[in-house]
Design a protein around this ligand. Structure first.
Ligand SMILES: Cc1cc2nc3c(=O)[nH]c(=O)nc-3n(C[C@H](O)[C@H](O)[C@H](O)COP(=O)(O)OP(=O)(O)OC[C@H]3O[C@@H](n4cnc5c(N)ncnc54)[C@H](O)[C@@H]3O)c2cc1C
Ligand code: FES
Length: 382
């Protein structure tokens, strides 16, 4: 930075005085140069090269991939956060977020636990093509879905559906490993007992530690609680909800169902934390989707300074760009983190409920390309 500008910064004189004092006592501050940058890069790396060091089969459709850093260092994270896994499949470079399922106190690796999505590009690739020893690229840890005892207290009701149980595995294991004071109820909805991920682990922890209560709710088969997770079941297992914070994670269908079920509990807004879990699987069924736009509709997206592309209705713009070899940085792919912002110059897009656009973005025409579906021809600037 220009030394004349530096002199105008508040506190500049104080720093110069401090440096003089330090020099007088033999401290060479120049040895520290670049240290802050080094720590920032270590704590918030853009990309981490990792190696798959183990693969654990959890259920027929789910595996845990254990990832160790090739740089021998992984940034710390909060139990509940996710990483973005970056892959190239058949020439398409893309990414998907996966919650870290290991505990933050296990610093040598991150575990991610991936469930197969029928026809899904990345889940099938990770489950079928990745083997021990393979290399992957990941982002640093991200997301706000974690427990802060000052805000959320020490009584947590964790409600999961399917692979949405992964951040809770991290939170529960962290509580076991560190002995932190808390009480946790895990209410876990699953189609059947075979598809419960980490079932043996949760049963073992519940039998050993008083702080943890495990309540599987199965659509099919036997068990104490059958069908879907309801207000009745929640009330029965957790009792008074006024002193508890509810964490919910799972597919869109779980949220639609649970938000109705949680209404009679009259939770205050700060008592309810919802993890995002991607954009709706079927955008055509969403409220407000224009009825005249069908699955066969196509649109042209003009990308300023680049080529025009033809895209299918019902596909987020980010996905269409990636399919055409255009990479836009992304993390959450759920419309929350803002990393995939692009400017919509003309045309219309559909943005599902819950997409968090900043007021300034809305005002100046920015959209989250991961959660914006074209409903007319458009022009964008990346
Ligand atoms: C913060 C966050 C954390 C996540 N953590 C995990 C995790 O720990 N484990 C895990 O397995 N997944 C997790 N996911 C979901 C994951 O990111 C992918 O969306 C999922 O693996 C599907 O990707 P895909 O490429 O296989 O499917 P895609 O090719 O993206 O999608 C294929 C089809 O399936 C639909 N679809 C996409 N995702 C789902 C879904 N989850 N259920 C039903 N249909 C779907 C799509 O709309 C599309 O029609 C998380 C998502 C978020 C946002
Ligand atoms: S990738 Fe996070 S908002 Fe799009």
């Amino acid at each position: 930075m220009d030394s004349q500008i530096l002199k105008q910064l508040e506190g500049y004189d104080r720093v110069i005085t401090d440096i003089d004092v330090l020099k007088r006592y033999g401290y060479d501050y120049r040895l520290e140069r670049g240290l802050v940058k080094k720590y920032v890069e270590r704590l918030h790396p853009q990309i981490i090269d990792v190696k798959v060091i183990d693969i654990i089969e959890e259920t027929k459709s789910t595996k845990t991939l254990r990832l160790a850093s090739k740089q021998k260092y992984l940034p710390p994270f909060q139990a509940g956060q996710y990483i973005s896994v970056i892959v190239e499949i058949n020439g398409i470079r893309t990414s998907r977020p996966y919650s870290i399922s290991s505990s933050p106190d296990e610093i040598a690796y991150y575990d991610i636990t991936v469930r197969r999505v029928e026809g899904g590009l990345v889940s099938n690739h990770l489950l079928d093509s990745i083997t021990i020893g393979d290399s992957l690229q990941i982002s640093g840890p991200a997301g706000n879905f974690y427990h802060n005892p000052i805000i959320h207290g020490t009584k947590l009701v964790c409600i999961a559906g399917g692979s949405g149980v992964t951040p809770f595995k991290s939170m529960i294991q962290h509580a076991v490993n560190t002995g932190t004071e808390r009480e946790i109820w895990l209410i876990y909805g699953s189609k059947n007992a075979d598809e419960l991920i980490f079932d043996d682990y949760f049963v073992k922890v519940a039998s050993k530690y008083k702080f943890f209560h495990y309540i599987p709710v199965l659509e099919e088969g036997s068990g104490t609680y059958k069908g879907y997770i309801t207000a009745k079941i929640i009330k029965e297992v957790v009792g008074d909800s006024s002193d508890k914070t509810f964490f919910v994670c799972g597919p869109q269908a779980l949220y639609e169902h649970l938000l109705k079920e949680l209404k009679p509990l009259t939770l205050k807004p700060k008592q309810l934390r919802l993890e995002m879990y991607g954009v709706p699987a079927d955008v055509f069924a969403q409220p407000g989707w224009p009825k005249d736009i069908s699955r066969n509709s196509t649109f042209v997206i003009k990308i300023r300074g680049k080529k025009d592309i033809t895209v299918n209705a019902g596909e987020p713009i980010l996905q269409s760009l990636e399919k055409n070899g255009i990479v836009v940085p992304s993390l959450c792919r759920s419309g929350e983190c803002s990393l995939c912002r692009v400017k919509l110059v003309s045309g219309k897009v559909y943005q599902p409920e819950g997409v968090k656009l900043r007021q300034a973005d809305r005002r100046f025409g920015y959209i989250h390309s991961c959660a914006a579906f074209p409903i007319s021809d458009c022009e964008i600037i990346i």
